[in-house]
Ligand binder design. Structure first.
Ligand SMILES: [Zn+2]
Length: 292
């Protein structure tokens, strides 16, 4: 078993504590405006992160919907499934994420919150929270699972950036450079979260009468359930086919390769994948994949 997490929202905190600039966080502790906290300076980044997770992230947003009993049930189904699947890929401990870290909005709320960057769901590693647009129960459950996979199942690390700001450092397979300027493996990470979400739909939701009926309705005229990030997953699977073709002595199926990537996404250990990719395509190939 791992040691306790250094901060409540991530399993690693990297960077130089001496770089930490507490000025960035003076007013961030309350969603209500923060004037009551003005002037308060906390110089310990761990304490800042603890307060962000326990006090800021759990506070409701102005346009957030109050959760119904059904919403809590959806959260429970998604959380249990995330934990069960992530355990298969090597996760041993989970952050203690209560329902108030997940914020539900009416349709269009997440787009508004992220200024159009994201459509129906979003997550924030430093905050330890997720944002979901409430639609029909099936779509809501799928998006909730996807965002919870980022928050709960993925290897999460936070950094004190070289400019002193707190930011994410590792989010599953993806990496943010130490100066905060370069994101690597973003699409690959989303493809893997898309794969986990597809498993959730096929292995959990299809087996539940309360969701199976809606799935049937969607599929009746050849329609498809949106299991999230299908384009990224499709592109990635094509890439895996080539990897498989060139490593047919060591791997018998694409599934086996996919499991290897999923394990890296959940545990944060990218080395086995890096070695395989460099062996398959030559030196520099893993770096090239980071732009995928
Ligand atoms: Zn995502």
């Amino acid at each position: 078993m791992r040691e306790d997490f250094p901060v409540p929202q991530a399993e690693r905190l990297v960077g130089n504590f001496g770089d930490f600039n507490s000025d960035f966080y003076d007013d961030s502790f309350s969603r209500k405006g923060g004037s009551e906290n003005k002037g308060e300076v906390i110089t310990d980044p761990k304490e800042v992160l603890r307060r962000i997770f326990e006090e800021y992230s759990t506070e409701s947003l102005a346009n957030e919907l109050e959760k119904s009993e059904c919403d809590h049930e959806i959260l429970k189904i998604a959380t249990e499934a995330v934990k069960s699947l992530a355990t298969e890929y090597g996760r041993e401990n989970f952050i203690a994420l209560t329902d108030d870290h997940v914020h539900f909005f009416s349709d269009g709320g997440v787009a508004e919150l992220t200024e159009g960057r994201l459509a129906v769901g979003s997550h924030a590693t430093v905050l330890g929270e997720a944002f979901v647009d409430k639609r029909d129960n099936l779509s809501t459950a799928i998006t909730t699972f996807h965002e919870l996979w980022h928050t709960l199942a993925s290897h999460n690390a936070i950094q004190i950036r070289t400019d002193g700001e707190l930011d994410w450092y590792r989010s599953g397979f993806s990496i943010l450079s130490r100066d905060g300027k370069t994101k690597m493996f973003r699409h690959l990470d989303e493809a893997l979260v898309g794969h986990a979400t597809k498993r959730f739909v096929n292995e959990v939701l299809r087996g539940r009468p309360d969701f199976a009926q809606k799935i049937e309705e969607v599929e009746i005229d050849g329609g498809q359930v949106d299991t999230t990030r299908q384009r990224e997953l499709g592109d990635f699977l094509k890439y895996l086919d080539i990897v498989l073709e060139r490593n047919s002595d060591d791997f018998s199926s694409r599934e086996e390769l996919l499991d290897m990537f999923m394990r890296a996404q959940v545990t944060g250990n990218l080395l086995p994948v890096a070695r395989l990719i460099e062996k398959t395509f030559g030196r520099g190939a893993f770096r090239k994949l980071s732009e995928f």
